[in-house]
Ligand binder design. Structure first.
Ligand SMILES: [Zn+2]
Length: 550
């Protein structure tokens, strides 16, 4: 759909260098927005100024302004652009450019896919990729180097587990990395071993560095290609802004190149991959918003523990399916507080990954202690907050904490979480509703590429607690579902708020950027299954069309 000039005379009178510098009326739409109280507001027209900001939201009765351009929405559904509060931009791009095993349901299927990929890419010195999940394969164990050697033995292979918390190497990769039975354990990680003591091929968390340190770095042009791919993918899902969780200096430089050259369309709220990256990227304070509110480094990502799938999440009591193991704290209590202080003293926002109940309790305690010194509007972010002791839930309501959670993780993890924790420790598991009732603000995301970035799946899961097959019927711990309106709010304005972006984007209100979608159905009336099948027809950012399904 193209912008239609009102008249040639109007166009001639414009006398501006580019049609982008003109105001636009998007009219005859079935517009939806959610107000600050979570109530639905409907409208029929959107007047956008020449900076790409909303000038006025119009309903049926309002007079139409005389604008330079007018777009007939043909009665289609227009909704705010969706915002993902936690994903990995470059990971989405590289994931789409490397071997993706996320759709494999058995080891044999994965092996076939790896073999085919190796054959199709003879020029690649390493076979890299990820997305594997031994739980989904029903394997009952981690895969091994021998499983990989069967299909690729002439080139090194390194494949990340779907959650990014484990890596799977073939024998050649381990040989090149100098990893052997004599290699000592790494703090914050674990080398899976065979009964002989030799590494089995799987490396948990920090142990992955033993192999990844010898993988050749992608070149700047590879990174540019990955960012382009990530934007293409995210915009096609209707994501107009995202928090990038763990931005490295190279990631940031890639984003800056895109911004400088006018290739950055997506809005990125960046959180540096650790305090060193934070200082290297931004120096003494968060960066300003760059490129018309498209990029800012506002905070730092820290990790308190690993993930539940690889039993790296830090629990208060041992795993139900691994007695004696309580998982791994990544940082000592004083390290946690020191890193958070270093960020907070220079007004950087802290976004800390906490999955297990012990990690969440530790982070909540650290926030309580630091809030005395670092008062004011801090918006401490707890990323994931998957397993919380019921006794700790109320603590989320204090100190302006933001719970950054990913609805689809709940459906992917449900059976695994039951196995890891047992039936009696699920009272604060993926507890969106309980956490939101404490007064904490929920910001929703996908954690892509761990999960698909498709926000419709996240929305449908958020108010049903059912997966794509409608399982379990009636929802898993259904009292933890949130309303459809609140889910939409957590995927738009509250995800913006979580990144200090309110007033700039996230809502279709006067003065904010006109980021919106045309979709083929009404997200407030569609059944969960219909919602999951939503087609994004067009994605617009700052009044400019950046994706079209046609
Ligand atoms: Zn993540």
């Amino acid at each position: 759909m193209n912008r239609i000039p009102v008249s040639l005379a109007a166009l001639a009178a414009l006398a501006l260098p580019s049609p982008a510098l003109a105001d636009l009326l998007v009219d005859n739409v079935d517009g939806i927005r959610i107000d600050a109280d979570g109530k639905v507001d409907r409208f029929t027209g959107l007047w956008i100024d020449d900076d790409g900001r909303v000038k006025e939201v119009l309903d049926r009765r309002d007079d139409r302004p005389d604008t330079d351009f007018r777009l007939d929405g043909e009665g289609r559904v227009l909704m705010p652009g969706l915002i993902d509060a936690h994903l990995h931009v470059m990971g989405v791009g590289f994931g789409a450019l490397t071997l993706d095993l996320s759709d494999t349901t058995s080891l044999a299927e994965a092996q076939a896919k790896i073999a085919a990929y190796a054959e199709e890419n003879p020029g690649r010195p390493w076979i890299l990729g990820g997305g594997w999940n031994q739980e989904k394969w029903g394997l009952g164990r981690f895969p091994t180097a021998a499983d990989l050697d069967q299909v690729v033995s002439d080139r090194p292979v390194y494949l990340e587990r779907v959650d990014g918390h484990a890596g799977w190497a073939n024998s050649l990769a381990m040989e090149r990395a100098g990893v052997s039975a004599q290699t000592e354990e790494v703090s914050g990680g674990r080398i899976e071993r065979l009964p002989s003591g030799a590494p089995s091929g799987v490396f948990i968390d920090a142990a992955g560095g033993l192999v990844t340190k010898i993988i050749p770095e992608p070149r700047p042009k590879d990174r540019d290609a990955a960012l382009a791919k990530a934007q293409e993918r995210l915009l096609s899902f209707g994501i107009t802004a995202a928090a990038d969780m763990g931005t490295t200096l190279e990631d940031w430089q890639t984003m800056r190149r895109a911004g400088d050259e006018g290739r950055l369309k997506l809005r990125i709220m960046a959180y540096a991959a650790g305090v060193e990256a934070m200082e290297a990227i931004a120096g003494p304070r968060p960066t300003p918003w760059l490129y018309d509110d498209r990029l800012r480094l506002g905070g730092v990502k820290l990790y308190l523990d690993g993930a539940l799938g690889s039993r790296g999440a830090w629990l208060k009591a041992p795993y139900a399916d691994d007695p004696g193991n309580t998982g791994l704290p990544f940082l000592s209590p004083s390290q946690v507080r020191n890193l958070m202080s270093r960020a907070a003293m220079d007004n950087f926002q802290v976004a800390a990954h906490a999955i297990g109940d012990a990690a969440n309790a530790e982070l909540l305690s650290a926030i309580e202690e630091l809030s005395d010194t670092y008062d004011g509007d801090r918006r401490w972010r707890i990323e994931h907050a998957q397993i919380v002791s019921p006794a700790d839930l109320a603590r989320f309501g204090e100190h302006g904490i933001i719970a950054s959670m990913q609805p689809v993780h709940q459906t992917s993890d449900r059976l695994m979480a039951e196995a890891r924790l047992g039936p009696d420790r699920l009272g604060g598991a993926y507890a969106w509703n309980s956490i939101s009732r404490t007064g904490a603000r929920l910001a929703f995301g996908s954690d892509a590429p761990v999960e698909s970035p498709d926000p419709q799946a996240g929305l449908a899961t958020a108010f049903t607690r059912e997966d794509a097959n409608g399982q379990p019927f009636g929802g898993w711990l259904p009292m933890e579902a949130v309303s459809r309106e609140d889910a939409l709010k957590a995927f738009t304005q509250d995800a913006a708020y979580a990144g200090f972006a309110e007033g700039r984007f996230g809502r279709l209100v006067e003065g904010e950027r006109a980021d919106f979608l045309f979709v083929d159905r009404d997200p407030l009336f569609a059944s969960p299954a219909e919602l999951r099948a939503t087609r994004v027809l067009e994605t617009w950012i700052a009044g400019e069309k950046v994706f079209s399904a046609e």
